[in-house]
Design a protein around this ligand. Structure first.
Ligand SMILES: Nc1nc2c(c(=O)[nH]1)N[C@H]1C(S)=C(S)[C@@H](COP(=O)(O)OP(=O)(O)OC[C@H]3O[C@@H](n4cnc5c(=O)[nH]c(N)nc54)[C@H](O)[C@@H]3O)O[C@H]1N2
Ligand SMILES: Nc1nc2c(c(=O)[nH]1)N[C@H]1C(S)=C(S)[C@@H](COP(=O)(O)OP(=O)(O)OC[C@H]3O[C@@H](n4cnc5c(=O)[nH]c(N)nc54)[C@H](O)[C@@H]3O)O[C@H]1N2
Ligand SMILES: [Mo]
Length: 761
């Protein structure tokens, strides 16, 4: 296996001007291209028509909600949702012949793009100890192998990872199995994603989720969008923002990069708009320095506070503050002592821009803050999110129409998986419910989250690793250390749809268990089944696949968990077999164990599904004192040594996390190459380098050097001292010893690095 886990190979980088507009006709053209490349056209279009339709399947792309009850003539889709479907529903197959031809070592030289494009895995595959090739194995033997390993170790020596596509039903069964087996080692992709949100919001608002609905977005006076690239990662959000604009709302976007989707949008589902032009989304773009959002928020609060002092009651919502919050005096004292110039200076923005945006916030009464990874993956992320809440609280902008907090989730069911109890911590209420309902004592000690799992594996404390979806080696920080950890395991198992690098960086023995995707029909003994998912706004909806799969020997994720549990826990009193045959029974169990799911089976069948209870939406704050809590946090501006840059890692327009759809980042004008560094033109000049120059990147944390080699420089609009690279190519540079305080989220959005001109240049 090569030392570099993503092989550094340069292609013909083309740098073009970034697009001036998101979506529109090119988006339509690109989506159709992906469908025709992977699927038969007729079937492709029919599949799309069922996407995000009531009674159809939930898009395996992002977690943005669908319009309530609306049945659009064409399904609510977007270019990247279409790519996600085409990628999953591809007609390409890899079976025994493929694995006989390509050894694991040879596949290690393929790029992520090449691996993903190879096709769907058709049957369970086994890598025997010392073998070079995966060979077929029956499902029965695979479960037998896993159960033999699991029975032969302490439960805490096993780790069970979950990615965020797993349905509520499969997630509930999975955590039930893992806890009955005896561990809370349930790391999930959330640990690398919105963990900072879950922690901060639970603490200060009493619920670790957002408070707004889709209608709230439409009705907002002002949307502040920080650290999010909706044009690429949540394209259907642009339609909601367009509505907000048409209703007279405004938007401020805060981002080190001028993302196309934040600026201008042409709705591909409104043919007239495609001809007449688009909607300008951002009224103000603030090109903040990486991870200086907290300073910007503090500056806004300080400006508003000073105004409020001059004319009490004219800026802050005093009655909201008095009735619903605690901690205001301490926060006000902190603001009184705040040095505004320092805060503004940290952000890298002009004072005019900061004052202008503060003025917009002052003038608005219904404010929504939307944010994603640009805020959650830093050392101080929990503090930054609490600062966001401070801003909403002083304006009374929570728990009323058109206002609130909107963490935009990633994977389509990442929020649901957590609601189902997939977490390295077991809530006492769920422990009680499991005890009452299933008559066993679940483990109470916290398990490993992602970063703790990496360290435990590297320390040789883990013998078994299972991934329910996802691509652990590529998604995690500290790639080399994670690889060491996976290789330390006796058995690594992946429930997957497509080949990925985690199948190639394996334990002594390895299994790939291929499963159905969202788009596919799931037939069990009692007939066709459906599953359900929770979107970013707490709506639970059913998802039913439409494509027949006849040429592959797949199992559903639910069935896999049931069979694994039956093999591993022969004395279990959980009706695993009945659960496998009839998912209604799983939903009845969920209704009995998880709050908010009463009459689950009935309500999930209603068009549009149902909303889960949401305290903050109704100004009920389930915190330690029953109030929404103001916070006082310390600013932590980055001080870089000479020659150091702060690097953020982002997604291109042509990928889904570690699945690479293509090599073009159309909106940013970068084509045919992903190993690039976006850098300010003056920084490029200071390095004595030219556009396209080949460089190596180095980070140093915990006394360890990490190198990412062979990247090309792309001059771009980004603040000085800041650079951006793509995830997952730059993950080797992200440390696992320094993480977000409290949430332990990797700091993928602020890694200190130095740039070294390569010998190759
Ligand atoms: N097509 C597609 N859709 C996806 C995904 C995908 O890979 N492809 N991934 C899914 C998942 S799991 C997730 S979590 C979401 C991710 O959705 P996003 O969070 O939008 O994804 P990222 O590309 O990580 O980028 C975040 C944005 O934050 C900005 N940013 C970086 N650092 C900072 C900072 O310090 N401050 C501020 N204010 N901004 C910053 C970046 O320039 C970028 O615009 O999307 C989901 N949807
Ligand atoms: N540097 C850096 N690192 C990051 C991030 C970042 O912004 N920067 N973002 C982080 C974030 S937000 C996230 S969420 C994680 C993502 O981490 P993961 O969720 O682990 O990664 P994915 O790339 O989404 O997983 C893709 C794999 O899932 C499998 N798969 C696809 N569909 C299905 C399905 O329906 N069922 C099953 N069982 N398997 C399926 C396929 O085999 C595919 O190869 O990465 C994190 N890592
Ligand atoms: Mo995510």
């Amino acid at each position: 296996m090569p030392a570099e886990l993503t092989p550094p190979r340069l292609t013909d980088l083309e740098i073009k001007a970034p697009s001036s507009r998101a979506a529109g006709l090119p988006a339509l053209r690109y989506s159709l291209k992906h469908v025709t490349e992977h699927m038969h056209v007729g079937e492709g279009l029919e599949t799309l028509a069922k996407l995000n339709q009531k009674g159809g399947f939930d898009c395996p792309g992002c977690a943005w909600p669908d319009p309530d009850g609306a049945r659009t003539p064409m399904a609510e889709y977007c270019e990247n949702g279409v790519k996600a479907i085409a990628e999953e529903a591809t007609k390409r197959r890899i079976g025994p012949a493929f694995f006989a031809e390509h050894s694991v070592e040879a596949l290690g030289d393929w790029t992520d793009y090449e691996l993903g494009k190879s096709g769907r895995i058709t049957m369970p595959m086994h890598l025997r100890p010392g073998a070079q090739h995966y060979t077929p194995i029956s499902w029965e033997k695979a479960f037998d192998l896993m159960s033999r390993h699991l029975k032969d170790m302490e439960p805490d020596e096993a780790v069970f990872y979950t990615s965020g596509r797993t349905s509520n039903e499969a997630a509930f069964l999975y955590q039930l199995f893992v806890r009955q087996y005896g561990t809370n080692n349930l790391p999930d992709c959330s640990n690398m994603c919105h963990e900072s949100t879950s922690l901060a919001l639970a603490e200060v608002l009493g619920l670790g989720k957002g408070s707004v609905t889709l209608e709230d977005i439409h009705e907002a006076d002002l949307i502040i969008c920080l650290g999010q690239n909706p044009g690429t990662n949540h394209p259907r959000m642009l339609t909601a923002l367009e509505k907000m604009k048409e209703n007279g709302g405004h938007m401020i976007s805060v981002n080190p990069l001028p993302e196309v989707g934040l600026m201008d949008f042409v709705n591909p589902q409104r043919p007239l708009k495609m001809v007449t032009g688009g909607t300008e989304l951002s009224d103000l773009f603030l090109q903040v320095k990486i991870n200086e959002d907290q300073s910007l928020l503090r500056a806004w609060l300080k400006i508003l506070y000073d105004k409020e002092q001059q004319a009490p009651g004219t800026v802050f919502d005093r009655s909201f503050i008095d009735s619903y919050t605690s901690g205001y005096p301490a926060m006000a004292a902190q603001l009184a002592a705040t040095d505004l110039a320092d805060c503004i200076n940290n952000t890298g923005l002009s004072a005019e821009a900061v004052y202008e945006s503060a003025g917009m916030i002052h003038g608005a009464s219904r404010i929504i803050v939307c944010y994603a990874m640009g805020l959650t993956q830093h050392e101080n992320s929990v503090d930054t999110i609490k600062e966001l809440v401070n801003l909403l609280l002083v304006k009374g902008s929570i728990g009323k129409p058109g206002a609130g907090i909107c963490p935009v989730r990633g994977h389509s069911n990442v929020q649901g998986d957590r609601t189902m109890g997939v977490w390295d911590k077991l809530k006492p209420e769920l422990a009680d419910a499991l005890r009452t309902h299933y008559h066993f004592d679940p483990p109470t000690e916290d398990g490993y989250d992602v970063v703790k799992a990496i360290h435990a594996m590297a320390d040789g404390k883990v013998k078994f690793f299972m991934g329910m979806g996802g691509n652990f080696i590529s998604a995690t920080p500290d790639t080399e250390l994670t690889a060491e950890g996976l290789r330390n395991c006796d058995l690594t198992v992946h429930v997957s749809t497509k080949l990925n690098r985690s199948h190639l960086v394996h334990g002594t023995e390895a299994l790939i268990l291929p499963c159905f995707g969202r788009t596919e029909k799931d037939l069990q003994q009692t007939g066709e089944q459906f599953v359900s998912c929770e979107n970013s706004m707490g709506v639970v909806q059913l998802s039913k696949g439409v494509l027949e799969v006849e040429d592959m020997d797949l199992m559903s994720e639910c069935a896999i968990v049931c069979e694994l549990a039956r093999a591993t826990l022969p004395d279990s009193r959980v009706p695993w077999q009945s659960y496998r045959q009839d998912y209604d029974l799983i939903r009845d169990a969920i209704a009995a164990c998880i709050p908010g799911f009463d009459d689950y089976n009935e309500r999930v069948r209603q068009p549009g599904g149902f909303y889960l209870p949401n305290g903050p939406r109704e100004r009920r704050f389930d915190t330690s004192d029953g109030k929404a809590q103001f916070s006082t946090t310390a600013l932590s501006p980055h001080v870089l040594a000479t020659g150091e840059f702060l690097m953020t890692t982002v997604r291109s327009h042509d990928q889904y996390n570690t699945t690479i759809y293509g090599l073009h980042d159309r909106y940013r004008g970068v084509h045919k190459e992903r190993r690039v560094v976006f850098i300010h033109p003056d920084d490029l000049a200071d390095l004595g380098a030219h556009a396209g120059a080949v460089v190596d990147l180095k980070s140093e944390y915990a006394g360890q050097e990490r190198w990412a080699r062979t990247f090309q420089l792309v001059p771009y609009s980004i603040p000085r001292g800041c650079i951006a690279t793509y995830f997952p190519e730059a993950n080797v540079l992200v440390p696992s010893q320094v993480t977000a305080r409290g949430s332990n989220c990797p700091i993928s959005k602020s890694v200190r690095v130095t740039i070294h001109l390569s010998m190759l240049d």
